[in-house]
Design a binder for this molecule. Structure first.
Ligand SMILES: [Zn+2]
Length: 233
């Protein structure tokens, strides 16, 4: 079986590249607020640590699977924390769902330290994937399971009249949805007197066997004064 995500690169190389590519647009660790929209899974921590090591402490938009549910209120709070001494506020958004890959090229499983069996990654997306493959009656909204309900709703809205996707396609669908939500809400924040610029780095965090993490970059751009420059071919 072909190796999944053959274009993935080491996490540190990915984060170093974000710093390098943004420096020519005036984004520096001292004048940005990083914002992370990743899964709640503890397996995300090496990536989170790498981002913090380069860009400093982040505002957290994480949820199950990595969809951002902080909403306008959360982003308005983040804006209040973003540096703006030169009259501009800048966000660097990291949007990365994740997937485990086993030694045979299977996707959706990972071996965690101290756990002697394969476990799901991303667990929430594996559940959604199973539900899509064998749909049952629609359940009631569960106030004790809000993130999963919102995740289901976002996926369903993007799956109208298209075939049921496999896990890699579903993962990228959620990634694109997360980018779209954040891009839209951040674009609402700026005013002519107090502009907000933002960069987005998005991909899939791939957990390979033996604890090796890589990032498959999928989308990167910077938006300054509503003018977008793509950073990834
Ligand atoms: Zn997850």
């Amino acid at each position: 079986m072909a190796e999944p995500y053959p274009d993935a690169i080491p996490v540190d190389d990915f984060v170093t590249w974000t710093d390098w590519v943004l420096s020519r647009f005036g984004f520096r660790p001292s004048n940005v607020l990083p914002l992370l929209s990743v899964c709640r899974d503890e397996l995300m921590l090496p990536l989170v640590d790498a981002v913090h090591g380069t860009w400093g402490p982040s505002f957290d938009a994480s949820s199950l699977a990595g969809l951002p549910f902080l909403g306008r209120t959360g982003l308005a709070a983040a804006l209040g924390h973003a540096p703006g001494e030169d009259g501009r506020h800048r966000f660097v958004l990291f949007v990365l769902p994740h997937v485990g890959v086993d030694g045979e090229g299977g996707v959706g499983v990972v071996r965690r330290p101290g756990v002697r069996r394969d476990t799901a990654a991303c667990g929430a997306l594996v559940v959604i994937s199973e539900e899509l493959a064998a749909p049952g009656p629609a359940g009631e909204d569960d106030p004790d399971d809000l993130e999963m309900g919102l995740l289901r709703a976002h996926v369903a809205a993007r799956l109208v009249d298209v075939p049921v996707p496999g896990l890699p396609v579903l993962t990228d669908l959620v990634r694109r949805e997360a980018v779209a939500v954040l891009d839209r809400l951040v674009a609402e924040l700026g005013t002519p007197a107090a502009p907000v610029d933002h960069a987005v780095f998005s991909g899939v965090l791939v957990h390979r066997p033996d604890g090796v993490d890589e990032v498959a970059p999928r989308e990167a751009f910077v938006t300054i004064d509503h003018h977008r420059v793509r950073l990834l071919a």
